[in-house]
Design a protein around this ligand. Structure first.
Ligand code: HEC
Length: 191
């Protein structure tokens, strides 16, 4: 215990000495506290895609033997469930924007077999790195679309919620057209 206290005290002392020597103009920018761990593919298949599917599937017209049923959130619990998924999608967009995230882990493959002319994860990462602000704009578009869904959920407006689902779909598609299948190889995602 005593030793630890001493060690901490001397480390603080060292830190202060180091600080004192630095001139303010030469201070390096503070390192980012973020540690991107998931790849973009991990985020797509583990977070973004499931959240979007949940939202898309929560409003539907289902025709069965007993006639037509309009599926939509009705109870407080059902609205709370879609709200959670909207937030996962919106916050997932922030994760996409973080610098230093790879498209795939070493050796990680797309679950969907690549079509002809599709970008490999490496090519996709190169395209992202070539113009990060463009990629961020696509992620922001997804975030805004999620925001529309959240607004509709908070006002329990099913029509607006359905419409937001379409805007989300378009945001996925636009980014994928740029960074996944620029040559139109892969068919639209199954929902
Ligand atoms: C900001 C860009 C961006 C947005 C927005 C985006 N994606 Fe992606 N997505 C990517 C990239 C990049 C890849 C990987 C492409 C590659 O490796 O060639 C990808 C791949 C995928 C994959 C393939 C995963 C696999 O392992 O095969 C799925 C599924 C997917 N996205 C779903 C979605 C859905 C659903 C949405 C919308 C709710 C969405 N994405 C929105 C960038 C985006």
């Amino acid at each position: 215990m005593k030793f630890q206290t001493l060690l901490v005290a001397s480390l603080i002392g060292l830190g202060m000495a180091a600080c004192a020597k630095q001139e303010p103009a030469k201070l390096a920018p503070p390192p980012t506290p973020f540690q991107p761990t998931a790849s973009i593919l991990d985020l797509m298949s583990g977070q973004i895609d499931p959240a979007a599917d949940f939202l898309w599937d929560s409003v539907a017209t289902i025709t069965g033997p007993k006639g037509t049923e309009e599926k939509q959130p009705r109870t407080d619990a059902e609205w709370a469930a879609v709200r959670r998924q909207a937030l996962i999608l919106i916050e997932g967009s922030n994760l996409l924007m973080m610098e230093g995230r790879v498209v795939a882990q070493p050796g990680q493959k797309l679950e969907n077999a690549p079509g002809e002319g599709d970008l490999s994860p490496e090519q996709s990462l190169a395209a992202i790195s070539a113009d990060r602000s463009a990629f961020i704009a696509y992620a922001r578009a997804l975030q805004d679309a999620g925001g529309l869904a959240l607004k509709a959920i908070d006002s329990r407006n099913v029509d607006a919620f359905l419409e937001a689902g379409g805007v989300i779909d378009e945001a996925c598609e636009q980014c994928h057209k740029k960074y996944w299948y620029p040559n139109g190889g892969t068919p639209p995602l199954g929902k």
